[in-house]
Every structure is written in structure tokens, then in C-alpha cells.
Design a protein around this ligand. Structure first.
Ligand code: UN1
Length: 509
């Protein structure tokens, strides 16, 4: 389905012709039936059109759900170790294509190549972890109050589930939702963000090649307004796993709640990093740089609030500004570049809007703050890495997610003050503390209201073997990854097995 041969005339440098993408419905690659074209462009150079696709319609979505519902019984009854082996095969294929897909990711999403390759690894780790779960899809046994009785539980798949994913991790997030859903026996309707359809199609092709039966995994590329509702509201959809904005996530969760189905929604963050007076400042600096400006700040785990102990604040700021000045902004395929573009015009505008808001609210701009649009930047969505100091807790930059390379700084005197500032925010995804004093670090672990806490490490990241997710405005529903991720996509069946062959004597049970 992909063609990447011709050279596009007119653009500044030779560029591959756009990949023409299709929908994957019932095991077949077909055109979407809307006339609306989804176009993905390279955010570092918008003359480079990565892919085009005719968007899926509501009717396409209904057809896809039909096909998935028909495929369910066969997939549910496929022995879990066999399902796991299909994931293992997908892992092998993905590994052989890692470099090529990393480059595609950089072209389509904008993150620098080293980060794209890191994301490839992370997604593969998740597929690997969940492929093994095919052999460990265990229930429990329990002692019964009654003689000659066995109590045990089974884990059963839910049916057809929707997986709705954002643009900022076009490979890893789909992997961490799709892998547990599939290995536990569900059929998945996958709707990626419209900004990254080419990466999504490659992921689905890998699973197709690995041997998934038709209908078990569906790809629907289309706008939320066309197909979003049906993927949550159709009675055959039994669960929704969503990552994206708080407003959409709360909407998804509300509909799911009304329908009485499960939803897990991961919805952003405003993650604090506290640097205590005794911290290893170079270690903290490396963590803040990675957390705040890695992926152009476009991750919900990004370090977006930095809290500095007043005794080290000036010294730390000096080091920080020196590092930020070294960041080379540009096209992520250039190995000397340290930060790529914003993903699109809208995100760029959001970044610039928040910069203006912060200035108006009285925060002190210490570096950056401008769009870069001259020379090599002329065709991309570039913004300078930006830092504001003296940000007050009532300011919007302290409270609202920007999703860009804009870091808000405040200073504190005591741990009480640091914790109060860190917790004064509607989000609670992740957090970090840099301290040598274990009592300080452990009090932060205890009192920070967040789903994840990092000690002497940056706010970003997650690992397949441990749960991922947040509290407050950052998340509702079960955690993702690890056993929790698997449990989300299953329900338990409790079995009461009486092997006495005699009528029950007890009246109690
Ligand atoms: C990470 O920090 O490696 O959208 C993962 C996001 C998160 C994933 C972050 N759901 O940024």
C-alpha cells in the first residue's frame, strides 16, 4: 500500500512522494469513504508531505466494528500462548525495521531521531513484555468454606475495544494499549491521531504480517468528529483506552460511564521537578533538560514546572541557561539538532499564546519566547526553548498544560512550601525530586499527589513492568502497562466448582 519512489517537484530539496494510506477493515486495506483527505506533513518542513489518506466515515467505523465483532469468538478461543507468539513475531519484524520507522517517525512527528529510536525501543519492550503474558494469563484459586469445592477465577477478554491515541508517541502509546488488548483476546479498533497516520499504518502492517487473523486489528484513520463518537458509543464496543487532552478524556469517560463500560483515560500533566538544597546540581540539570525540552516538551510527562530551593536557585539558573543556549533547534533528522519543531501550526500557536499569557501575568521571561521562522526555519513550526522565572501558583503557566518547550520556575525555602507549590495544580501525572537527603526524597514520595514519582531522575518515561498513569486531572480509570494494563482489557469470571456430587448441606452459602 505504500509508494515512496517519485521525487516531488517544487520543494526545496528532493522529497519522497507522499505515501497513500488506506484503512484496514476486516483484514483488507480499503479507501475511507469520506471525501475528506487526511494529510500528514513534516513539521520541520511542511513542503514535505509524508502521507495522505481518505478519511474514514461513520459507516466505515460501523463496518469495522461488525468485522471485529465477527472475528472475536475465534480470537478469544485462540490459546493465549499462541496469541502471545503473534506478538513476539511482530516484535521481531519491528526490530528489523527500527531504523527506518524511527526516521519515518521523525519526519511525521518531528521529534529528533535519537528520541524516535528510543521510542521504537520502548514500544518494542512493551510488545515483548505483553507477548510473554500470553503464557501467564492466570487466574487465582481460593480455599472454599465448603468441603469438596474449588473456587477459581479466569481472565476473559471483553470483546471489541477502542484504542484512541495521540500524536506525540505515535509508536509507543499504540503499542502499550494494543499489545495487552490483543494478547488477552480482544479485537481492537485503533484510531490514531490524524497527524501521524503513516506511523499507525506501519504498526498495523507489522501485526498483519505477524499473522493476526482478519478483523482482530482494525485501523481507522479519520477525524474525531466523523468517527470518535461511534468508537465510544456503539453498543458492541466494550472498553475504550484513550490518551489525549483532559477535555476529550473526560468526555470519553462520561459516555463510557453512562454506558457502563470501562474506560481508561490518560490526560496530560503539569509535572513538577523539585531541586533540593543538597541536590547533585549537574544530575538535576541533566534531568531538567531532558524532561523540559526533550520531545520539544510535547509529552504529558514533560517537566513543565521547576521548583528550586532558594539557596541553589541562582547557581542552578546560571547552569540551566548555559545549557539551554546550547540547544540547536531544527530538523530532527540532522544529528546535531537537539530539539525539533512543534508538531503543527495549532500547537505552535498554543506555545506562543502561553508565552504571551505568562508575560502578561507578570512572569519573568529569562530565555527564548519567540517563533523561529527565518532561513532554514521558514517552512517549519519552530519555537525557541523558553523559560519563565518568578511564576506564581495562580498564574496559568503554573496551572495549565502547554505541551511545548516552555518551563515555569518558582523558588521555595522549605519542603512544606515546595510540596504545597508542587501539589497546587489540577494535574497529577508524574513528578521528580532531586535530593541527597533520603528523608527529603521520601517525604516527597509520600506527599506528592501524582501517579508517578521519580527520585533523582527526570519526570519522563515509564517501563513495561510497572503501572503508568496519573491522578487528579491526569487520569481516570485503571493504570496502563504491566499487569494493570492487562487487567483493564479483561474481566474476571469466578467459578464455583462443587465436586462432592451431593446436595449442599450448609444454608449459609
Ligand atoms: C514517556 O514519557 O516516555 O502522552 C511516555 C504522553 C504520555 C507518554 C509519555 N502518555 O506524553
Amino acid at each position: 500500500m505504500a509508494t515512496m519512489t517519485k521525487t516531488k517537484a517544487g520543494a526545496g530539496k528532493a522529497q519522497a512522494a507522499p505515501i497513500v494510506l488506506k484503512q484496514f477493515i476486516g483484514g483488507k486495506w480499503v479507501d475511507g469513504s469520506t471525501t475528506k483527505e487526511i494529510v500528514s506533513v513534516n513539521p520541520a518542513d511542511t513542503r514535505d508531505v509524508v502521507a495522505t489518506c481518505r478519511g474514514a466515515s461513520r459507516e466505515d467505523a460501523l463496518k469495522a466494528i461488525d468485522a471485529a465483532a465477527k472475528a472475536f469468538a475465534g480470537w478469544r478461543d485462540t490459546p493465549p500462548p499462541k496469541r502471545g507468539r503473534i506478538l513476539a513475531k511482530a516484535l521481531e519484524i519491528a526490530r528489523s525495521r527500527k531504523e527506518e520507522l524511527g526516521r519515518l517517525m521523525t519526519r511525521e512527528e518531528g521529534k529528533i531521531l535519537s528520541e524516535a529510536l528510543g521510542e521504537m525501543e520502548k514500544g518494542m519492550n512493551l510488545i515483548e513484555w505483553f507477548s510473554g503474558e500470553g503464557m501467564r494469563l492466570m487466574g487465582n484459586t481460593a480455599p472454599s468454606e465448603l468441603p469438596g469445592n474449588l473456587l477459581y477465577t479466569l481472565r476473559r477478554p471483553l470483546g471489541v475495544v477502542s484504542v484512541i491515541t495521540p500524536w506525540n508517541f505515535p509508536w509507543a502509546i499504540p503499542c502499550w494499549k494494543i499489545a495487552p488488548a490483543l494478547v488477552s483476546g480482544n479485537c481492537v479498533i485503533f484510531k490514531p491521531a490524524s497527524l501521524v497516520p503513516a506511523m499507525a499504518a506501519e504498526l498495523v502492517k507489522i501485526f498483519e504480517e505477524a499473522g493476526l487473523p482478519p478483523g482482530v486489528l482494525t485501523l481507522l484513520i479519520g477525524s474525531g468528529s466523523q468517527i470518535g463518537d461511534v468508537l465510544v458509543e456503539d453498543p458492541r464496543i466494550k472498553a475504550v483506552s484513550f490518551t489525549g487532552s483532559n477535555s476529550v478524556g473526560v468526555g470519553v469517560h462520561t459516555i463510557a460511564g453512562r454506558r457502563g463500560i470501562k474506560a481508561t483515560c490518560e490526560m496530560g500533566g503539569k509535572n513538577p521537578c523539585v531541586v533540593w538544597e543538597d541536590a547533585d546540581l549537574d544530575l538535576a540539570l541533566a534531568g531538567v533538560m531532558m524532561g523540559a525540552f526533550g520531545s520539544t516538551g510535547q509529552r504529558c510527562t514533560a517537566t513543565s514546572r521547576l521548583l528550586l530551593h532558594e539557596s541553589i536557585a541562582d547557581k542552578f539558573m546560571e547552569k540551566l541557561l548555559a545549557e539551554v543556549r546550547k540547544i540547536k533547534v531544527g530538523d530532527g533528522l540532522d544529528a546535531t539538532v537537539g530539539m525539533g519543531p512543534a508538531v503543527d501550526e495549532e500547537q505552535l500557536k498554543t506555545d506562543l499564546d502561553y508565552i504571551e499569557i505568562a508575560k502578561k501575568e507578570g512572569a519573568r521571561l529569562v530565555i527564548g519566547g519567540k517563533r523561529l521562522d527565518q532561513g532554514a526555519f521558514a517552512h517549519g513550526f519552530f519555537v525557541e526553548p523558553t523559560i519563565f522565572d518568578e511564576v506564581g501558583p495562580k498564574m496559568r503557566l503554573w496551572q495549565e498544560e502547554v505541551f511545548g518547550p516552555v518551563l515555569a520556575i518558582a523558588r521555595f525555602k522549605t519542603l512544606d512550601e515546595a510540596l504545597a507549590l508542587a501539589n497546587d495544580c489540577p494535574f497529577g501525572l508524574t513528578s521528580a525530586v532531586y535530593a541527597r537527603d533520603i528523608a527529603v526524597a521520601m517525604r516527597f514520595v509520600d506527599e506528592m499527589d501524582a501517579g508517578m514519582v521519580h527520585v533523582n531522575s527526570p519526570t519522563i518515561g515509564g517501563e513495561a513492568a510497572v503501572p503508568f498513569g496519573g491522578v487528579k486531572g491526569s487520569g481516570v480509570g485503571e493504570r496502563e502497562m504491566a499487569k494493570d494494563g492487562l487487567h483493564f482489557f479483561t474481566e474476571q469470571k469466578t467459578v464455583f466448582l462443587d465436586y462432592t456430587g451431593a446436595p449442599r448441606k450448609s444454608k449459609i452459602y
